[in-house]
Design a protein around this ligand. Sequence first.
Ligand SMILES: C[S@@+](CC[C@H](N)C(=O)[O-])C[C@H]1O[C@@H](n2cnc3c(N)ncnc32)[C@H](O)[C@@H]1O
Length: 449
Amino acid sequence: MSILFELADIVKDCELKAKKLLIRESILYSEEIVQRSENTEKLDNILYYGDNINAILDLLNNGYKGKIDLIYIDPPFYTNASYSKQMEIDYLGEKKVIQYKAYSDIYKNGFKEYLEMITIRLFLMRELLSDRGSIYVHIDFRTVHYIKIIMDYIFGSEFFLNEIIWSYKSGGSSKKHFSRKHDNILVYTKTKDYIFNPQKEKSYNRGYKPYRFKGVTEYEDKLGWYTLVNLKDVWQIDMVGRTSRERIGYETQKPEALLERIILTSSDDESIVADFFSGSGTTIAVAEKSNRSWIGSDSGKSSIATIMKRLATIDSKAYNIINFNKDLDIGYIKYKSISYDKTDRNTFRIDISLERYNLDLENLNINKKDIDIISEILENDSLSLVDYICIKIGKDAPIIVYEDYRFGKSLRIKESFSFIIDRLNDDIELNIIDVFGNLSTNDIKLLSQ
Ligand SMILES: C[S@@+](CC[C@H](N)C(=O)[O-])C[C@H]1O[C@@H](n2cnc3c(N)ncnc32)[C@H](O)[C@@H]1O
């Protein structure tokens, strides 16, 4: 049976399920607040690790109903494929590339299951949108026609604003069909009174020559003369390519320029911007750089590890981490030495030297063929597998006092480091994220305690 005849039932079922979820009692969650400084400003920014349905319900239960001005989502596209994350490591001076699964876009029960997954979440997301809010749903040719109909029902066809075509050059080409070089982004608003700050783009004059019309400002660049016009709905923006400086190694990473247009157009300085399928955290990073509050979520551990590191590299403000997944800690650090000294300012300098990183291979989700090489690396150069390290002080609202991460060409963290603390009796925690995205927490005990 064609999905056409099932579509109405799918939408009706999901509407009912969403209603039931909306009236059920608050769900339990665990919360950790991380601060990058002593400044105890309100922490608006939240990163959820877990299924986004829990993230959305948690927000609705905590006063975010009607509070979010912009939601952008880039869900799996129903490609029937798995996506990976790639990491380079420096193993005894030799570069090696490690690849492991980031997320799967495969559904046991096919397209119906995919549509149900999206539809129920769209119903719930609508509840979060403010009266001036917009939602951008990024998909492609495989599902856009179905999602458009579903969104017309959920958001109302009269609130359909645009279908943005994001076109790019990269990707493969075909001799059997026209090469597929665009994605579709459906935009709906909650009401007719929505935030819309028109952005400008260059429009080159015919022949790249100046027109010199009265009252029209013209500009010139390397290509020739142009005017600035309001953005059109076809956006030509390069994908994050192999050589791009933005590239993080997370497949399906979207370019910051794309999110910049969306965030600047459909949010203001005071807005909260949310992305419930955050992936490598492009929306979060652009929202942070544009001084917006943000909320992100992802069910993949490598995504959360990628986002935490991405935020560290842009020296982000403090944010909350809410963890629904509660994975086992499968990594442990062994110290060479931990010592402290009183400074002349009555504070304490802690010196730490790391010896090795151990990883429980039984619980590491990688291809069997890679186990041997990972065991070898663990034996000979285990610290090359550490991607990010941070020291947090205090239990309730921990402050980050030291942070280090592998970045660009520098493929190793510092194995010996120091930091300053005020009191010896504070809780000190060392967090490590390894190149596979495993987060582990190690308490640091000072001898006097
Ligand atoms: C296409 S990627 C997003 C890429 C992102 N826009 C970027 O620029 O990196 C889709 C993401 O959705 C996540 N995901 C899929 N189903 C999810 C769910 N039910 N809850 C939370 N995250 C989910 C996947 O782990 C994946 O990281």
